[in-house]
Design a protein around this ligand. Structure first.
Ligand code: NAD
Length: 344
């Protein structure tokens, strides 16, 4: 079992292990869980006797206002008091949504995250971002509301389809590029039941904790976590959101490494290509640079001053900077060439 600490001002613990003991809640519990992980939800319910248990289907379709309203009204209907805790059991969609319910019910109650996908463990459940989607776009509503604790129960990951398990680790691999940790850059033998998983996830979570602690509201350093995401968001949009986020990030990482090479950095593209193969990433949409640039301009993380890229110059050497059009286009051509191999 691994215990990590998120320091002040958001002090809480992140536990990673098997058969984790549920903590004592501060007040009555509302258990919001994905039915895909009902055995874990049942175990937690047996342990804490929640005041309320609500099933919330995993998937993007649940991160919307009507579901949010249903959950809030259920909490209000059960007259849950200010010292109540929301326990979120599921993947990133459920932890994002339930976290936002906790952030806003009675102007904020405590919550605990039980992430049950690899992506939720290494990314969504850590860092305090909660929220939901609007018809106008993803994650347009939300709040920074750190949980009181994160409990990554590894036995729950055993039911994840292999591709979902691997896709979720793209963000962890990204953390490997950010820090140069060779373990994070070699996820190849990981499986839910194998012993190396706990150490791997703990290393990945530790990277996110360290960055978030230094820059909670994404003013500067936290932007490094967006490595690969600028192009990824454009690819997702160009595919009409048919390309899953993890795969889009893997393709975005390949582009970022080729951009780093173009700007005089090391060539880090080889391990990223291995990642694309390991995750069985589908081919990206066949959009040209002009089309993708149109989507880039709409990226909500762009600053008025111009688009800034997260560029890896070497393992553990990642810089945030503006990049000239010519270099972007040359890197894109190189990327297109590699992607063409996947298109068959
Ligand atoms: N808050 C943040 O900082 C942050 C960071 C990254 C991603 N996110 C959000 O996370 C979401 C994606 O998370 P996700 O990939 O976990 O998606 P998800 O919650 O939709 O889970 C993926 C699928 O796996 C199922 N599932 C969950 N746990 C399972 C298990 N143990 N066994 C079998 N099936 C299981 C779900 O029902 C769903 O069908 C996105 O909405 C994204 O915006 C948030």
């Amino acid at each position: 079992m691994t215990r990590l600490e998120v320091g002040p001002p958001h002090d809480h613990e992140v536990w990673i292990g098997r058969e984790l003991a549920p903590p004592a809640p501060a007040g009555p519990v509302a258990l919001l869980y994905d039915p895909e992980v009902e055995p874990l939800a049942r175990r937690l319910a047996d342990a804490v006797g929640p005041r309320l248990q609500l099933a919330v289907a995993g998937g993007e379709a649940s991160k919307q206002l009507s579901v949010y309203e249903r959950l809030l009204r259920a909490l209000a209907g059960a007259a849950l008091p200010r010292d109540a805790e929301v326990w979120a059991v599921g993947g990133g969609t459920v932890t994002d949504l339930a976290g936002f319910v906790a952030a806003s019910y009675l102007r904020g109650v405590g919550w605990r995250a039980w992430p049950t996908t690899t992506l939720a463990v290494v990314d969504a459940a850590v860092g305090g971002k909660t929220g939901l989607n609007l018809p106008e776009g993803k994650n347009l509503v939300g709040a920074f509301h750190p949980p009181r604790g994160v409990y990554a129960e590894l036995t729950a990951l055993a039911t994840l389809p292999r591709r979902v398990f691997r896709e979720g680790l793209v963000e962890a691999f990204k953390h490997g590029l950010l820090t140069g940790d060779p373990v994070l850059l070699a996820p190849w033998d990981l499986e839910a039941e194998r012993p190396g998983l706990e150490d791997y996830l703990a290393r990945a979570v530790q990277v996110k904790i360290a960055v978030v602690e230094r820059d909670f509201r994404e003013g500067g350093e936290r932007m490094k976590l967006n490595l690969g995401h600028t192009l990824a968001h454009a690819l997702e949009a160009a595919s009409g959101h048919a390309l899953a986020h993890g795969y889009a990030v893997a393709w975005g990482l390949l582009f970022a490494t080729l951009l780093g090479r173009e700007l005089g950095g090391d060539d880090l593209s080889e391990p990223v290509e291995a990642l694309l193969a390991w995750t069985e990433a589908p081919a990206p949409p066949a959009a040209d640079w002009e089309t993708l640039s149109g989507f880039l301009a709409r990226d909500k993380k762009n600053r008025a001053a111009g688009l800034r890229w997260v560029v890896p110059y070497g393992l553990g050497d990642v810089r945030i900077e503006e990049v000239a059009d010519g270099a972007l286009k040359r890197a894109f051509e190189a990327w297109r060439g590699r992607a063409a191999r996947y298109a068959g």
